[in-house]
Design a protein around this ligand. Structure first.
Ligand code: COS
Length: 386
């Protein structure tokens, strides 16, 4: 699956202009009001951003992973809250259905996801199951042709906006093989949301708990119709998501470098622009070299990802996706730290953009698998395949 090159380049140019002319000027609004303006959300729908990764036969734009990576890079160049509005529709919220869903599920759900009419959110994490996702406790008990769900999901991105969840619950015994992935409409009786989480950064993004008390969901809502496959679905979704996040990290690094270069050219100390000092140049150079290394890695792994069928998992590609997530999210952390350092005291002040990006990118090393989880996936695969 891919968009033809010519159409893709036109789309990319349109998205770049949208970011430059609409999103960057709205960054202060998002920071001050902790929300993305509704008119911008409407424009995102018109541009097709909610359906970037959904095939054309289901109403989306049908980008390949390498094309999606290039779009994600651009989206990383502005406040990350903008991407988050449609990020779960493009990625973790919808891809499980695309990879493992039945044809009926795909036809029913994906066109509404692609148009932005339906916001999908991904509910895996729980109060006692974060990195150890296979230990999740949310129960799904069979009762006739329905399952009854009880449990709590935590830090669920876009839950306050969601019309439905891809939600992992335990239909069987302990461990990964007892987990199933359900499509759970947000308006099902017994499902309620916790209070909004107050976060370190990424103002304008919405996360909260999802609490399930005797939530009845048709058995037909199990993704793919077969219980016990949900953990694998979640892992495949995360492999893809990790590549998307890696590309976002590179885009944000690019923006921080631009902000830092501009500041270094304007700010004068000791009688000249600070950019003329080699100690400042050294910080810029390290950031530039690390960004180019990370972005080359992302482009390589997304290309490899595109060579396999969308629903299949290849341990070698998963390992490389984890390498990209590990390297790029740690890289942007260092770039953001140097960005603040180059700005001096101004880098600690909220009106300068690097202060916000410094806080925003901290999350990238945590969600969709911490750096330490990526290390485990990489190390295990190295030993397994040797
Ligand atoms: N694709 C497909 N299947 C996968 C897979 C992948 N990338 N990774 C694992 N699996 C399969 C395994 O092959 C195994 O199947 P079999 O039992 O048939 O052999 C099953 O899933 C269980 O895998 P494993 O034994 O590796 O599970 P673990 O409990 O050891 O957990 C980690 C593996 C730690 C990698 C996993 O729990 C993880 O990624 N944790 C982080 C969760 C996360 O990212 N959370 C973020 C929340 S969403 S923002």
């Amino acid at each position: 699956m891919a968009l033809d090159n010519e159409s893709f380049e036109i789309l990319l140019a349109t998205i770049q202009r949208f970011i430059r002319e609409r999103l960057v000027p709205a960054e202060n609004h998002v920071e001050d009001h902790d929300e993305v303006p509704e008119e911008i959300v409407a424009e995102m729908k018109e541009l097709g951003l909610f359906g970037l990764s959904i095939p054309e036969e289901y109403g989306g734009i049908g980008l390949s992973m390498s094309q999606e990576g290039r779009v994600a890079f651009e989206l990383g160049r502005t406040a990350l809250a903008f991407r988050s509005v449609f990020g779960t529709n493009v990625g973790i919220g919808s891809q499980g259905i695309l990879m493992d869903g039945t044809e009926a599920q795909k036809h029913e759900i994906l066109p509404r996801v692609a148009s932005g009419e339906l916001i999908m959110s991904f509910a895996l994490t729980e109060p006692d199951a974060g990195s150890d996702a296979a230990s999740l406790k949310t129960r799904a008990e069979l009762d006739g042709d329905h399952y009854v769900l009880n449990g709590t999901k935590r830090y669920i991105t876009n839950a306050p906006r969601a019309g439905a969840f891809t939600l992992m619950a335990r239909t069987g015994g302990p461990g990964a093989s007892g987990v199933s992935a359900f499509i759970v409409p947000a308006d099902t009786p017994g499902l309620r949301l916790g209070k909004p989480d107050k976060k370190m950064g990424q103002r304008g993004t919405k996360t909260c708990d999802v609490i399930l008390e005797d939530v009845r969901v048709p058995a037909a809502n199990i993704i793919g119709g077969v219980p016990g496959q949900g953990f694998k679905t979640a892992m495949k979704v995360l492999d893809r998501g990790r590549l998307h996040i890696s590309a976002v990290a590179c885009g944000t690094a690019q923006r921080i470098i631009e902000e830092s270069v501009n500041y270094a050219r304007e700010r004068k100390q000791f009688g000249k622009a600070i950019g003329e000092f080699q100690l400042i140049q050294a910080m810029l150079a390290d950031s530039q070299a690390e960004l180019l290394a990370g972005w080359s890695l992302v482009q390589d792994v997304t290309r490899r990802f595109d060579l396999k069928p969308v629903h299949e998992s290849d341990p070698e590609v998963s390992m490389r996706a984890s390498c990209a997530k590990l390297f790029c999210t740690e890289m942007v952390g260092r770039v953001a730290d140097r960005g603040v350092q180059i700005h001096g005291g101004a880098g600690y002040i909220n009106e300068y953009k690097v202060e916000r990006f410094y806080r925003d990118v901290r999350l990238l090393r945590l969600y969709e698998g911490t750096t330490q989880i990526q290390q485990i996936i990489i190390g295990r695969e190295m030993l397994r395949s040797a």
